[in-house]
Each structure stands twice: as structure tokens, then as C-alpha cells.
Design a protein. Sequence first.
Length: 403
Amino acid sequence: MSEYDVIIVGAGPAGLSTGISTLYTNKDANVLIVDSRQEVGEEKCAEGLSKDWFDHMSKYGKYLLSRLEPKCFENEIYGVLLVLPSRKEIKIRTKKKHGWVLNKDFFLKNLAKIFEKRGGEIQLNTSIIRPVIKGKVVYGVETNEGNMIKGRCVIDATGINQTIWKKALNITEPLDKKNIEICCQYKVVDCDISDDDLLQIYSSENIAPGGYGWVFPKRGNKANVGIGCQGSRVMSAVPYQEKFWEMLKLNGKIVSKKGGTVDTCNLPESFVWSNLACVGSSARFTNPVHGGGTGPGLFGGYILGKNIGNAFIHRMPVEDALVDYQREIKSIRGKAHEYHYRVKNLLQACSDEELEMIFSSILTDEWMKSMSFTRREILKVIGRISKKSLRLGLKVMKYLGLG
Ligand SMILES: Cc1cc2nc3c(=O)[nH]c(=O)nc-3n(C[C@H](O)[C@H](O)[C@H](O)COP(=O)(O)OP(=O)(O)OC[C@H]3O[C@@H](n4cnc5c(N)ncnc54)[C@H](O)[C@@H]3O)c2cc1C
């Protein structure tokens, strides 16, 4: 029977980053990543990634960036083209690079290579059906073939399904549909996109109820085109995506059509239990406003791996390291995440007319100079909204917890 220091279930950005960070902190740790896929990779993602996440991960961020091959980054992004419900277009472009549209499949394969080079082991084609628990201790995981893999700690990096965590804590309730986005995306080639250094975001109830439409351009006339709609408002995103595609008139050729679901929750009270921890989308780290989960997964994995690696070096109980991980995430990300969750709830509670008023009140020439969301700037924006509609100003204050 095999035995590991750390078993990570899921080779997405969060699981791979947890594995690399553990070995980056402690090269002697014995780390296994298990995934049900035949190969590490991803095909249903819009592939946007902000550069800020690497800056937030200090030396580890630099370490990762220096080992990622240029092929991971298919396009450099310098801003956003926001299309308001009235179809008015607002371009926000800066001299500073904000991030990339990735080749996420290659990016994940590259992360897997970094992990294996540091001595980690990956086992593919293996579905984990449950954690093996006695009393309050997780002894390992059971595979679909009935084998047990033993580990000193188990990490649930299974994404939105949270498979291991749910089984461990007997959670049977599905996620509240208000806190999921149902998505549909086409990968497109040979399309006409001007301003291919900007991410395009389309905001309108008619295009994507409780969500938004996107065009994320790649070099060579390629793009990811999709929409996400709030789960409580639509049964399927497909008809909305078909209408969106027709509206865009990009003249491209669709090479793949994929569906998927994204969590847009607040941070849970707890994502650690005994020697089991969740990370990434499984811990609900995804940004609730735009549904970006790659960066939060990389960052969460960095903090988790650092704490686990150090626990083994200092012969500390791993349970304590997981509690420290949860505390660190909450202190660094908790307030910002809660604020994003409030913003998401606000945007989903607004009509097209209200969205138009909010965005045009934010994106003034004055704001474009600072592009800041400090409390002072937010209060100025609310002042501008209130001049147009006092009722909407009060609504914004209520949702943001300011009144
Ligand atoms: C259409 C769409 C567009 C998106 N666009 C963006 C974007 O532009 N930018 C962005 O940042 N995010 C985007 N996201 C979200 C992003 O893809 C996820 O938030 C992110 O991948 C989460 O990372 P993760 O590592 O937590 O989980 P995942 O990437 O979901 O990885 C989980 C892994 O666990 C494996 N697994 C699951 N269960 C088991 C099991 N029982 N046994 C073994 N293995 C298992 C899976 O095979 C998978 O490899 C998008 C999502 C969708 C659906």
C-alpha cells in the first residue's frame, strides 16, 4: 500500500500550485497528485489570468513565472472593452500589461512538469471516490478501483464539485443556484477582432441574465467567446450563447463548443477539517464578480503548500498547518473576497438601466486617471450615481454594506 506526506486530489491550477509550493518549501516532502483525467489539461476556460497574482506570490510567483514557457501565454492584455447594455463601448487601456489570455491546457501541463521536476508524483486516470476516515482523522483516499492511497494529509482540489470535502462532512446539499454561473463557450479561429489587446465584456440582462458575455482574443485571429448566466435564472446558457454569437458578427469559424459551471460564492466559514483542506474552486476562492478562478487557485495553492511544507520541516502537526493556512487566506483575501461578493450581488440585482447608470458613473474621465477603488473613490462614484437616481445610490450603498 502506497503512503504519502500529501495527497492532492485534482490537477487543476490549485492542486498543481499546492504540490509545487509544498516541494518549493520542503524538497523532501513526498507529494502525490491524483486526477481522473487521462492527461493534465483543460479545455473549458476563457483562459484570462491577471499578472497581479504572480506579484502577490512574492519569490514563489517569480519562481513559477521564470519556469513557464512562452507558449503558456497566447496574448498580452492591456485593458478592457466594456460594452454597456445600451451597446455604448468604453475602452479602458493602460500602458501597463494587466495579464494574459493563456493557452491553459499547455499552462497546466507546464505546471505539472515543474511539479514532477521538483520530485512530485502524478497519477492520472484515477478517480477518487471518497476519503478514508476513522474517527476525526483522514487516513487517505479510496480510488474507483477500490484501492486505498494513504497520506498524512489530503487536499481537495477537485474544483466546483468539492468531492472529497462533501463526502468527509456528509454534505448533500447542492450549491445555491444563485451562487453559480452556467457557462457556454466557443473556441473560434479566423475571426475579425479589432483591439486584440483588450478583453471584451458585454453586460446586459438580454445577453446574459445575471452574468456577462465575453470575447477573450488570442494572437492570430483566435478568440474564446462565451457567456455565463446566473444559475437561478436560466436552465441552459446555450440559447443565450447562440444569440450572443449571432450578435457579435465576428465571421469566425467555431472549432469547439463547451459548457461549464463557475462558483461565485462568498468565502466559506471553514475550508479545513482535521488533516483535510480544500483549495481553489473547491474552497470557493473564485472571484465572485467575474468568475476568474485560475489566479485564486494558484495563490491558494501557494499559501497552502507553504504551510504544509513548513509543518514537515518543523515537525509540527499538519492539522495546525492547515488551520494556519485558513487563517492566512482569510486575513489576506477575506475582506476583498467579501467585497467582490457584495458587488456581484449588487450587479445581479440591477436592471439594464441601472447597470448603465452604475458603469457610466464609474467610468468617467476623472476615474480613468486613477482607476482606483479606494473607499474615497467608491463614495465619489456613489455620489455621482445618487445625482442621477437617489434610489439607485441608496441601493448601491445597501449592497456594499455602506448604509
Ligand atoms: C466557461 C468557463 C470559463 C472560465 N474562464 C476563466 C477565465 O478566463 N479565467 C479564470 O481565471 N478562470 C476562468 N474560469 C474558472 C476556472 O476555470 C476555474 O475557477 C479554475 O480552473 C479552478 O481551478 P481548480 O484547480 O480549483 O479546479 P479545476 O480547474 O476544476 O480542477 C479540478 C481537477 O480535479 C479533477 N477531479 C475532480 N474530481 C476528481 C476526483 N473525484 N478524482 C480525481 N480527480 C478529480 C478534475 O479532473 C480537474 O482536473 C472559467 C470557467 C469556465 C467553466
